[in-house]
Write a protein that binds this ligand. Structure first.
Ligand SMILES: Nc1ncnc2c1ncn2[C@@H]1O[C@H](COP(=O)(O)OP(=O)(O)OP(=O)(O)O)[C@@H](O)[C@H]1O
Ligand SMILES: [Mg+2]
Length: 442
């Protein structure tokens, strides 16, 4: 070794050291590849040899016979012309590598096939290695620039070592591309799923918005009448105060009060609906005896019932009626049902309220002798702003929200409410609350 040589390659050992490292790394890599592959299914990499010379096929198969990458062997297919290759491609779309000759049935049959694979088939994953025996027909520089191929080899170059390297490099890229592709597909599915969810949410929002507009329209309309009454009464008092007796003026004042009361109860109901629909109901559940609450509500309605000559009865067997519910919500439910029974009953009738204990529930029944409801109307009873054929018999106010609120409250308390009625024979509203367990009871 002369001095000049030593200058250029000062330490030959060092020079080769990195190669060793690379080799070690490769080994580690293969070891890792094998480890991952051992858990994979036994399948193979599909390799398509396209060449019009039988020798090339045989040699390639022979050289790579025992080749394994990521625990998978190679599975060879042979085509002897570009035409045959096209047919095979359609049959096996998951080919990983194509070893492609250029000159076959025509001088550029191989190159045309590249275009077919990439452009017609839109296959951008398969690794295409061009192997030509006549580089004159396909000069490397031009071909690699013009055609989407991944490697260019001269047939004479294809020793077993070179084949091993080119196949390994190609499979590594192919495998990475497939991993990325599967992530991409997964992401696409996720995006599609999210888009679907968003669309559904959007549709719900549109519906809710429509409902809100409708709701607002009805509410505004219902508020307008009592407001107009207040305005005209106030105007009358201001402009013609001296024309009215003290008694008449007091009457006007009570009419204003009634109108204000109507507006107040509508606004209260609207606020309740709003709280229910936004899911912000604040319930505090506890076990308590519902009977005293029922008695209080019945007592509160004795006066209004008397004013309509209606008898309001409470039928009860003494005892405890423990339920698990929210006290305020329970009062609101009973209040609505009893007020309806009186509101829609003609003068002189009777309203019966009963309380009964079931196996798992406590049931309250409110039965009236009013007009009752047709089946078709019964189905709408618990909807929002439902005002059906029965109208208040004593000029009471009706917002059409009471039963909607009742149903939501009862269901939130895990109970049930429904109506049984025959037209002309009155209606019975039944509400069931879950039985509350008293300490020590099983
Ligand atoms: N006991 C009943 N008998 C006959 N019809 C009834 C009875 N209870 C309710 N209805 C009908 O169902 C409709 C809806 O009742 P709901 O309690 O929801 O509203 P409302 O009584 O009109 O107004 P509010 O919001 O003040 O309660 C009433 O307008 C009425 O036509
Ligand atoms: Mg009502």
């Amino acid at each position: 070794m002369n001095q000049e040589y030593n200058k250029i390659f000062p330490h030959e050992d060092e020079l080769f050291a990195p190669d060793d490292v690379v080799f070690q790394d490769d080994e580690a890599l293969f070891a890792q590849d094998e480890a991952t592959s051992s858990s994979q299914e036994e399948n193979s990499w599909e390799v398509l040899i396209i060449d019009d010379e039988e020798d090339v096929h045989q040699l390639t198969r022979f050289v790579l016979e025992d080749y394994v990458y990521q625990g998978k062997k190679l599975n060879f297919f042979s085509a002897y012309s570009a035409q045959e290759a096209k047919a095979l491609f359609e049959q096996y779309p998951n080919v990983a590598i194509v070893l492609l000759d250029v000159v076959m049935e025509t001088n550029d049959a191989g190159l045309k096939l590249v275009k077919y694979i990439r452009e017609t088939q839109q296959n951008h994953f398969v690794r295409i290695i061009l192997r030509t025996g006549q580089p004159g027909y396909a000069p490397e520089k031009q071909v690699i620039l013009k055609y989407d191929i991944n490697d260019y080899k001269n047939k004479t170059e294809l020793t077993d070592q070179k084949l091993f390297t080119v196949i390994t490099a190609s499979l590594r890229t192919y495998s990475d591309m497939m991993t990325i592709e599967s992530y991409r597909q997964h992401m696409e599915e996720k995006v599609a799923e999210r888009t679907r969810e968003l669309q559904e949410k959007n549709e719900t929002l549109v519906k809710v918005n429509q409902e809100k507009n409708e709701f607002l329209g009805i509410a505004a309309h219902d508020l307008k009448n009592p407001l107009a009454a207040i305005q005209s009464l106030a105007n009358l008092v201001r402009t013609s105060f001296d024309d009215f007796s003290k008694h008449k003026l007091i009457e006007f004042a009570s009419m204003i009060e009634v109108s204000a009361q109507k507006m107040f109860s509508l606004i209260k109901n609207l606020l309740d609906v709003n709280v229910i629909e936004s899911g912000k109901m604040n319930f505090s559940f506890c076990t308590y005896d519902i009977l005293p609450f029922l008695q209080t509500v019945v007592n509160n309605y004795q006066e209004p019932a008397k004013a309509k000559e209606i008898t309001l009865q409470l039928q009860v067997t003494q005892g405890e009626y423990q339920i698990l519910a929210d006290e305020n919500a329970t009062i609101q439910v009973l209040d609505n049902l009893i007020s309806n029974a009186i509101k829609y009953s003609p003068r002189g009738k009777t309203v019966y309220t009963r309380i009964l204990k079931g196996e798992n529930t406590v049931r309250c029944e409110i039965q009236d002798e009013g007009p009752g409801l047709y089946e078709k109307e019964q189905r709408k009873l618990f909807d929002k702003f439902t005002r059906l054929t029965p109208r208040p018999t004593g000029g009471e106010h009706s917002t059409g929200l009471g039963l909607f609120i009742v149903k939501k409250l009862v269901e939130t308390m895990n109970g049930q409410v429904w109506c049984e009625s025959e037209p002309g024979k009155g209606a019975t509203f039944i509400v069931e609350f879950p039985l509350g367990k008293v300490k020590g009871e099983r």
